[in-house]
Design a protein around this ligand. Structure first.
Ligand code: ZN
Length: 221
């Protein structure tokens, strides 16, 4: 009944960005490459035995490289998926061990969720530290300060695909067309359902035709 409300509701730019974008990118990453036409696809909550392989097939078709923020517990369960992600040139990110409600844990427990996942991921890509993306984007201040102190970058996003919102794929595609992502933007998606696949099947060819390349998030120089 209120069409304008529905449109606003689909706005992909997270409200928190108004604050976060003032922080140095080496602390909280909200924006990627500043040169060229580049989009940064990121996928949270995998690996998933059913959805991740088809997504990797689609990315390969378009020569798209992405960043996968893995749940440690799931990465341990499906190591062959993680090996494939690395082998095909994508980058691993840390999305905690068990995807807990982060603000209900104390700092030591939060740190253990992150460190345990880093140790597991290191076995796949040889890197001691990975960009960290907090579950549901929850950013308790002590944890942010702890990450800054340890030099662990927090990877936020600038563009939310809303693929977890239980809206049909058509609505997500319509939103992506109405609000086109700009160069350097970090797109939040999930590979624990088929929705991001449906969204990308429609949008990857369109974005590629618009001159965009798809690159993973690189560690700070
Ligand atoms: Zn998540």
């Amino acid at each position: 009944m209120h069409v304008s409300f529905i449109v606003d509701d689909m706005n992909p730019r997270p409200r928190k960005l108004k604050v976060l974008r003032w922080l140095p990118n080496r602390w909280v990453l909200t924006r990627g490459a500043r040169r060229g036409r580049v989009l940064h696809l990121t996928f949270d909550d995998g690996p998933h035995p059913e959805h991740t392989p088809v997504l990797l097939d689609l990315l390969a078709t378009h020569r798209a490289k992405a960043t996968f923020f893995l749940i440690g517990r799931e990465a341990e369960r499906y190591p062959e998926m993680v090996e494939r992600i690395v082998r095909e040139g994508h980058v691993l990110g840390n999305h905690t061990w068990s995807h807990p409600q982060f603000d209900r844990l104390d700092l030591a427990a939060q740190r253990e969720e992150i460190d345990r996942t880093d140790r597991l991921l290191a076995g796949f890509d040889g890197l001691a530290r990975h960009d960290f993306r907090p579950p549901r984007g929850v950013l308790p201040r002590p944890m942010v300060l702890d990450c800054v102190r340890r030099g662990q970058r927090i990877a936020y996003w600038s563009y939310d695909s809303l693929d977890y919102s239980k809206r049909p794929a058509e609505a997500l595609i319509a939103s992506a067309q109405r609000y086109p992502p700009a160069s350097g933007e970090i797109l939040l998606m999930h590979d624990d359902s088929a929705l991001s696949l449906q969204l990308l099947e429609a949008m990857l060819p369109a974005w590629a035709a618009g001159g965009f390349a798809f690159e993973p998030l690189r560690p700070p120089a």
